[in-house]
Design a protein around this ligand. Structure first.
Ligand code: AMP
Ligand code: GLY
Length: 430
């Protein structure tokens, strides 16, 4: 197949990496393209300097390549309607329409769909003034949860017991969007978080294996939220019936409700969950694979990814054979640049990737990298994903961190405790 992957992060590199591995697993070689891609993806795919948010440009590229499938990775192009433009050009595309992408693009819209579909989530107030915010904060009490109602790359949420800080985030969010600003104030959800990616084709739902992300920048969940500092799978501590429960009570009712509205959802519904003392609750929906979780999840998928993505794009998930998975463990540790998430420094030289990737069970995926004068340099906040596998979480952690130790990026930082509590059996549902 000729496959065009849209995006330039480690999520898109993970997709390309899995597609490029198919000759080994099924003997089929694909012609891979990426727009715009990154230097890591360039080893496996042809890169095209096309704006990923420009639907017309992406559709023109896909047409000129004769692409059999376009995979849109990030949320921004989906919300901007890039999948619609490709679909209108008659090319199968993995990713929802702009209408359906509102499940991520607007937290207020997602809450409304969840309410209609009877999906369990945190109670919430949608506020347009600071007075409304103050009243909602006092109604719920601390800890306070305040969310900017728009795309914010995982950084628009403040969870704090400081009422003034909660009000300040609400004020800044309202001001930033002018008259159209809304913020969502929510009930606090206790309990561990889980990410479950559900493939959808408008009617059928096929779940992947669950993973856990580490959103805070520092060890022991210290510091501000980031896009995600690491992830692992499997979650041996999760209740046995979790995936079935999430499909039956959350993903399928949501897909059914979107179809009923005439805006069917296809692509991947990212169900962000909290396993609380009062049951399973949706923290958020996203409309694309989670980064850094998908880097770990795809490493365990045995079924060839191309057929899975094509089935979702073409309405064929009901006919797909059940997915198969390796029974080992995978840990992904993100190497971030100095200053991330507040003010990531760019342009630092990166060395040691080849040595890390030469380790048994380790591969390295690029995110914020660029080539400058022939040398690889940092070009964003999250720079690399170092993915390690092993028979269990302890071995996978050892592999991943051995890789991280070989990589040199001046000023970089990473969490040292990805999957550590799970390895020690210290994660529990309250
Ligand atoms: P979101 O952008 O909605 O995914 O939120 C980012 C992160 O903030 C989540 O992954 C949680 O760690 C935290 N968070 C969001 N909503 C809540 C909530 N209602 N209760 C507790 N933590 C939350
Ligand atoms: N891992 C969090 C996200 O992709 O939003």
């Amino acid at each position: 197949m000729k496959i065009l992957v849209v995006g330039n992060g480690a999520r898109e590199h993970a997709i390309v990496h899995s597609l490029a591995a198919e000759p080994v697993t099924v003997g089929v070689t694909h012609e891979l393209h990426a727009a715009p891609g990154n230097p890591g993806m360039g080893a496996q795919a042809r890169l095209h300097a096309v704006d990923p948010d420009d639907g017309g440009a992406v559709a023109t590229l896909a047409t000129s390549l004769g692409a059999d499938l376009v995979v849109v990775g990030p949320e921004a192009p989906l919300v901007a309607g890039v999948a619609d433009a490709v679909r209108d050009a008659g090319i199968p595309v993995f990713g929802p329409s702009a209408e359906a992408a509102r499940l991520e693009g607007s937290k207020a819209f997602a809450k409304e769909v969840m309410a209609t579909a009877n999906v369990p989530t945190a109670m919430a107030h949608v506020c347009t003034t600071l007075d409304e915010v103050a009243a909602a904060l006092d109604a719920f009490g601390p800890p306070f949860v305040v969310k900017d109602d728009g795309l914010a790359a995982g950084k628009g949420v403040v969870v704090t017991s400081d009422r003034d800080a909660a009000l300040e985030h609400a004020r800044a969010s309202l001001v930033a969007r002018g008259d159209a600003g809304t913020v969502v104030v929510e009930e606090y959800l206790d309990g561990p978080e889980v990410s479950l990616f559900c493939l959808c084709d408008g009617s059928t739902v096929v779940p992947l294996v669950p993973a856990q992300d580490f959103k805070r920048v520092g060890d022991d969940d210290a510091g501000p939220n980031t896009g995600g500092m690491g992830a692992y799978t499997p979650l041996d501590w999760a209740p046995a019936g979790l995936v079935g429960e999430v499909v039956d009570r959350i993903a399928q009712p949501t897909v059914d409700e979107m179809a009923r509205r005439g805006t069917p959802f296809s692509g991947v519904l990212y169900v962000g969950l909290a396993l609380t003392s009062r049951g399973t609750r949706v923290v958020e929906f996203n409309v694309r694979f989670g980064d850094p979780e998908i880097q770990a999840v795809l490493a365990r998928l045995r079924t060839p990814l191309s057929g899975v993505l094509l089935a979702a794009a073409q309405g064929g998930l009901a006919q797909l054979e059940p997915l198969t998975w390796t029974d080992d463990a995978v840990v992904n540790v993100v190497v971030a640049s100095q200053g991330y998430p507040e003010s990531p420094r760019k342009g630092d030289p990166i060395t040691g990737i080849d040595a890390a990737a030469a380790l048994d069970g380790v591969h390295v995926l690029h995110a914020g990298t660029a080539v400058d004068d022939g040398a690889l340099v940092s070009a964003g906040g999250r720079v690399l994903s170092v993915v390690g596998r092993g028979d269990d979480l302890a071995a996978a952690r050892a592999a991943s961190y051995a890789g991280v130790a070989l990589i040199d990026l001046p000023g970089s930082h990473h969490r040292t405790d990805i999957a550590l509590k799970a390895e020690r059996g210290e994660v529990a549902v309250p």
